[in-house]
Design a protein around this ligand. Structure first.
Ligand SMILES: Cc1cc2nc3c(=O)[nH]c(=O)nc-3n(C[C@H](O)[C@H](O)[C@H](O)COP(=O)(O)O)c2cc1C
Ligand code: SF4
Length: 495
């Protein structure tokens, strides 16, 4: 028997905190929120974080901007006016932690799109300009930048590389994957990174960290999330040799990058963004899909790959569930290595977007929600809570997946920070539509509902189709661009 389609209760239809709480309780979730937004110095969100000093600074408040690519750099990985504008808005957001800015490739073949920024010496001046713009915008609005910390996220895109043509995949992988190889055009063993190539890659990370330092970044974020290369290595159980198999081998690259940065004499602080758990890849249910309207997400058939040894933080016997045994070890390892910031995320926007960025509306390569996205929000918040409880205070923990909370984001953020479930609340998509959401909350106790991100996913759909990213529906800068019409045309269901 076919199950009845699930009917989504949209967040703006919940008229007050009481209704939000009732809805959350009806879903059986532990997702508490404050009764009201706290204004001024009493807000948990405006407290500094005394336990961690980054480049000699203490963070002035408890919200961060997550890294977000724009697909809008030059073909040589340099900055453009759209990139400048985004970084300026990061500064205007009031967040005291810019947790990576956007993923920057450490070398040309590791780009996820031909217009991704690159942290290479030729681009150093442009990156320094971004830091300066961000600081100036922040200084003008908030009067102080002594407590503002800026990082650059460093990456190689691995399985998702498209360095030369937005339509052509040129994947490089850590290991052969029984489900993802088919989706991402991995057809030959030559696409698997050889051990010697990894050593060359580590040299590129060390070089990119030198560029970051020279450009004025306070730290580098070593991207270990979302299925990109270093995240894939964490799940390289089936890979032979020094970079696969045991936990020690699968985390060797992280240790060698940090050792390389230190050996080069670069004192820059280190952060890590981690997908703290993962599931198997999902796809739209073909039985419930129509042209232009993908069905709800269901797991790919994984019966032929059990026990599932192709991910990190995923339960081998039941890979639609998580297992935090190794992520817990990873937290301890980060602390041992002197990592200062651990930004926790989940899954991948390419193969299980519902666990990574909960949304009411799917991106063009996604699927309809099969259940209330609050379930996915609560899962991330609870995992962060568990890992925060174990992590030493020397590690600042950043939580993810708050944007879907919309009107109730400040209420939940206040609760999670006050309760110590996370040190810092990170904002992704909400920053694109409404960078000052939490600044408005703590200053006025009220939000501008017109620009609250409604998780329309256009900022993901556009780049999936070779266009620049941005909040097309709510940010006039993008609504006015020719790409807006292009996006509209490609979203029209094909007959
Ligand atoms: C357009 C776009 C670009 C993104 N780029 C990056 C990135 O470069 N690095 C990264 O770690 N995460 C990236 N993410 C994921 C976000 O940082 C964040 O984890 C995700 O959007 C969930 O948080 P939210 O619910 O606040 O949006 C991106 C997300 C979006 C929507
Ligand atoms: S396009 Fe705008 S409203 Fe839609 S998810 Fe992105 S930021 Fe949110």
């Amino acid at each position: 028997m076919m199950s009845a389609p699930f009917k989504l209760v949209r967040i703006p239809s919940l008229r007050n905190v009481e209704e939000f709480r009732r809805h959350v309780a009806g879903l059986g979730l532990e997702l508490p929120c404050d009764e009201a937004i706290v204004v001024g110095t009493g807000s948990p969100l405006v407290q500094s974080l005394p336990s961690v000093s980054i480049n000699g600074k203490l963070l002035g408040n408890r919200w961060a901007i997550h890294p977000m690519e724009g697909w809008d750099g030059t073909r040589s990985g340099g900055i453009t006016d759209d990139v400048r504008r985004r970084w300026q808005r990061f500064g205007e957001s009031g967040a005291k932690l810019i947790c990576g800015g956007e993923a920057m490739a450490v070398r040309a073949d590791g780009r996820a799109n031909p217009n991704q920024l690159m942290a290479t010496p030729e681009n150093q001046n442009g990156l320094a300009e971004l830091v300066a713009l961000l600081r100036k915008a922040h200084q003008e609005r908030y009067r102080s930048t002594e407590d503002l910390v800026i990082g650059f996220q460093l990456t190689h895109s691995g399985r998702f590389c498209k360095p030369t043509d937005p339509k052509r995949m040129e994947p490089r992988v850590a290991f052969r994957h029984p489900i993802l190889d088919g989706r991402f055009h991995v057809t030959s063993q030559d696409q698997v990174f050889a051990d010697e190539e990894i050593r060359q890659l580590i040299v590129c990370y060390v070089g990119a960290a030198a560029v970051a330092r020279a450009a004025g970044a306070d730290f580098v974020d070593l991207k270990h999330c979302h299925g990109y290369l270093l995240h894939e290595f964490l799940g390289a159980h089936t890979r032979p040799g020094p970079y696969g198999g045991s936990f020690d081998n699968r985390t060797r690259i992280l240790r060698e990058i940090i050792a390389g940065i230190r050996a080069s004499g670069n004192p820059i602080d280190i952060g890590v963004r981690l997908s703290a758990f993962d599931f198997v890849p999902y796809r739209p249910d073909p039985a419930l899909s129509q042209p232009g309207r993908p069905g709800p997400g269901i797991p790919e058939d994984y019966s032929h790959c059990l026990p599932y040894r192709y991910g990190f933080g995923v339960r081998a016997e039941q890979p639609t569930d998580y297992d935090l045994t190794e992520p817990r070890r990873f937290v301890d390892l980060c602390a041992e290595l002197g990592v200062k910031i651990l930004n926790l995320s989940a899954g991948s926007p390419y193969y299980n977007p519902h666990i990574q960025r909960p949304a009411a509306y799917p991106p063009s390569d996604g699927y309809q929600p099969a259940h209330d996205p609050l379930i996915d929000v609560a899962r991330q918040i609870q995992v962060v809570r568990k890992l925060r409880a174990q992590a030493p205070r020397s590690l600042a923990i950043v939580g993810t997946a708050y944007s879907y909370l919309q009107e109730y984001l400040p209420h939940v953020a206040q609760f999670t920070v006050r309760a110590g479930w996370t040190d810092i609340v990170g904002l992704g998509r909400m920053t694109l539509s409404y960078p000052e959401l939490l600044a408005d909350a703590v200053a006025k106790g009220a939000l501008n509902a017109k620009v609250i991100c409604r998780t329309f996913s256009d900022c993901t759909t556009a780049p999936r189709n070779g266009l620049i990213s941005g909040c097309y529906p709510l940010d006039r800068h993008y609504t006015a661009k020719p790409e807006f019409e292009q996006l509209k045309a490609l979203k029209k269901p094909k007959a």
